[in-house]
Design a protein around this ligand. Sequence first.
Ligand code: BG6
Length: 495
Amino acid sequence: MTIPNQIPTASASPDLPLDMIIFGGGGDLSARKLLPALYMAHLHGNLPPATRIIATGRRDWSRDDYLGFMNEHSKPFVDKKALTSAGWDAFTGLFDYVRIDAGAADDYASLARVSRPNALRVFYLATAPDLFTTICDQLAASGLVDEHARVVLEKPLGHDLASAQAINTAVGQHFAETQIYRIDHYLGKETVQNLMVLRFGNAIFGPLWQAPYIRSVQITVAETVGVGSRAGFYDETGALRDMVQNHLLQLLCIVAMEPPVSLDPDAVRDEKLKVLRSLRRMTPDEVARDTVRGQYTAGAVNGEAVKGYLEEDNVPPGSRAETFVALHAQINNWRWAHVPFFLRTGKRMQKKVSEIVIEFADLPFSIIPNGASHAGNRLVIQLQPAESIQLQMLAKEPGSGMRMLPVNLNLDLEQAFTERRAEAYERLLIDVIRGRLTHFMRRDELEAAWAWVEPIIESWQASGERPRSYTAGTFGPAASTALVARENLTWAEEA
Ligand code: BG6
């Protein structure tokens, strides 16, 4: 394959000084996630010795103004146990601030002046995706993109398939695919990475990990938070684009993929791509039958009264944005034929829980008197709030009879390993610096995910129906229960 000559080939760049350049440095994501993650990476000696962090933004700030912003908006998100004033001072000492208006060529000249010639440059684009193309064009025009440069693209990458393709093509004019890190922070979570070890490091699950031994798979990411101050973004986006297109589909891929030949980035991403391509595309009738969209109304979460979505600040009157999605996906391949995959996510739900529930098939026949064929074997992989793996099974109740009761084999990963766990962003930022692409999405993978959600978005738009209401503090609309009930199943919390 020939690479057009303006695109540099990625270099391993092991010993270069690092210039980390953050676009959207004054934004919410930087304040809450990126800067605290970089603080921890610095504290634990995981940044190269000569690191500089250059925050950029539209505001006409001095370096001191930016440090003031960090103090007020970012420091509160650093783990209290790890925060010391000496540590914070050493960390803020790495920073510079450059005012950049994304489209203004002159502003990039200022960036070029402060950036070191022979550094590993990581451009972190924590901005709206419609700026990605302009920023990359300008970076290249200012001579800042060489073989040592890397670019990190935050989600959501685009708004639909066409916009995602356009961004990928535009970024690909200046960066080789191996220099592009499309981030999905779920891939940086400890338990998500552990899922690979559970599946491919243990012999016992392999033979059972397929139809007909698995009856169903449920993937839930339930949040108690509402839309908060992000209505401007969220109302345009909705839960399907914000959570399903990326986080939930990535979890589905790791559960469903074939064993990759190695952990090399392309080996893993090839297998995930095959899963995405095997997902049955829904027709409009199937969208109507197999998806449920909801929007929260006023209620109570954790004992506190909360507003409905339509009453939140900056939500347009009568908004049809969904804050909840449940859907029944099918993977059309040999391993998963006829195994329903139920995906569900929502804001203002009863409790915060992210988990994958693998429900195993029933017994072919029961020899236990009065024993049902329903074995109730489930493997529950909880990502948050706790990191645990539970195997639910039946055991004999002690005594003279043969009564069976459900019991759990419970692996609490936080007790089993007491070492500090890096947050997802910290882990992924270190991967970027070290040039490890396995936990980032490749172009074809991201576009395949868009291609699958697009007919759902289109059918919802065409139907013109409002999302179903659900009371804040519940697990979503009743139709979500009905969705799984059609397969004679229940959601995990109802079991
Ligand atoms: C983000 C979404 O990608 O993930 C947010 O934009 C959501 O809406 C967040 O709240 C959830 O992440 P986590 O790590 O808290 O489960």
